[in-house]
Design a protein around this ligand. Structure first.
Ligand code: F42
Length: 330
């Protein structure tokens, strides 16, 4: 089992670097940094991390083609790859609807946007001059002026069609889910994509991009997770809510509170069932047991995602002591 960790650059880059160095030291294989324009910049953060680490793979998890043109992304990730001696990975997805809305950027034809981006980025990395008249993008002789090696591309996906596309075009998939039932369903859609083109699903690194929170005090860990779970519930498709027996009314209340910016109320509306369905949180023993369930759901990478724990450094150390030895043996 490969192990990844997600950092959201909402604090200064020096602190992200400290956390990333610690994560590499204790055995994480992948460091993913989220991309939202309203946080510290993803590539500045990744550059600083690249210069302070020497083993872990690292990349945006995930960028999107609407805010950043795919040719620009090709150059940024190729530069990161050069700087990190071949450790770059690219995570790309359609983008977060709330962020895109605040920039007044419409998410048109997301499947085509992701497909055309991945195709274009790969062609640019192969030193091709790209001419394309696509459904979303067009290029006229776009070309990078430097040589690039092979860099894995992971597609960020949750919806059935995006997961299927990821199975067709991705070296990996970053699935935002923490429950084995959701991951089993996701692996089914990914497999549909791989088999449609005669590919083996085992050739795709399927990563569970979890909402994770650990602490010796399980209650504190769950309280911290509820802050992320509120946002997950607010954007959750109805069929996923149904799978977890969460009523639309309950979810709508959370959604309304989030939309109004009344986060205290939103967090207070998050129930234990919601936390259990949409996070891996609690004591080290509780977290390990839930992570072991994920290993049986067809995933090949577990990403320890936000919030990680009420206290980041302590949480990473706890993960190192209590979880990594067992997980690495899978
Ligand atoms: N988003 C960010 O902006 N920043 C991040 O750092 C970030 C991290 C991240 C990590 C893992 C991960 O899985 C997702 C992450 N995201 C991040 C969110 C990501 O960018 C996407 O918002 C998220 O993955 C949701 O995408 P989705 O797979 O649900 O796809 C959406 C677009 C969707 O609705 N898909 C449906 C489906 O079935 O897959 C339908 C899509 C469809 O059919 N669209 C039609 C088309 O032609 O494309 C058009 C339909 C129409 O009406 O226009």
């Amino acid at each position: 089992m490969k192990l990844g960790i997600e950092f959201v650059p909402y604090v200064n880059v020096q602190r992200i670097v400290e956390w990333a160095k610690l994560a590499e030291d204790v055995g994480f294989d992948y460091i993913w940094v989220t991309d939202h324009y309203n946080n510290r910049n993803v590539y500045v953060s990744l550059t600083a991390i690249a210069l302070s680490t020497d083993r872990a793979m690292l990349g945006p998890g995930v960028t999107n083609p609407y805010v950043i043109n795919p040719a620009w992304t090709a150059s940024a990730v190729a530069t990161l790859n050069e700087l990190s001696n071949g450790r770059a990975v690219l995570g790309i997805g359609p983008g977060d609807r709330i962020t895109l809305t605040s920039l007044n950027v419409p998410m048109e034809r997301p499947l085509a946007a992701v497909r055309e981006s991945v195709e274009t980025i790969r062609r640019l990395w192969r030193s091709e001059a790209v001419d394309l008249t696509g459904d979303v993008f067009s290029f006229k002789g776009a070309k990078l002026n430097f040589k690039v090696g092979r860099i894995p591309i992971y597609v960020g996906a949750q919806g059935p069609r995006m997961l299927e596309l990821a199975g067709k075009i991705g070296d990996g998939v970053l699935v935002n889910a923490s429950h084995p039932d959701d991951l089993r369903v996701a692996v089914g859609h990914i497999s549909k994509g791989t088999s449609s083109i005669g590919r083996n699903v085992a050739d795709v690194d399927v990563a569970a991009y979890t909402c994770f929170s650990i602490d010796v005090d399980g209650r504190k860990a769950k309280e911290k997770a509820s802050e992320v779970v509120a946002f997950i519930i607010a954007g959750c498709p109805i069929e996923v809510l149904k799978r977890h027996k969460i009523s639309e009314d309950e979810a709508n209340e959370v959604k309304e509170a989030v939309a109004k910016g009344d986060f205290t109320r939103a967090f207070s509306l998050v129930t234990d069932d919601m936390i259990s369905s949409f996070s891996i949180s609690g004591t080290p023993e509780e977290c390990l047991s839930k992570l072991m369930d994920l290993t049986k759901a067809g995933v090949t990478q577990i990403v320890i995602g936000s919030p990680i724990g009420p206290r980041k450094v302590d949480a990473i150390k706890l993960i190192a002591q209590k979880l990594i030895p067992t997980l690495k043996a899978q």
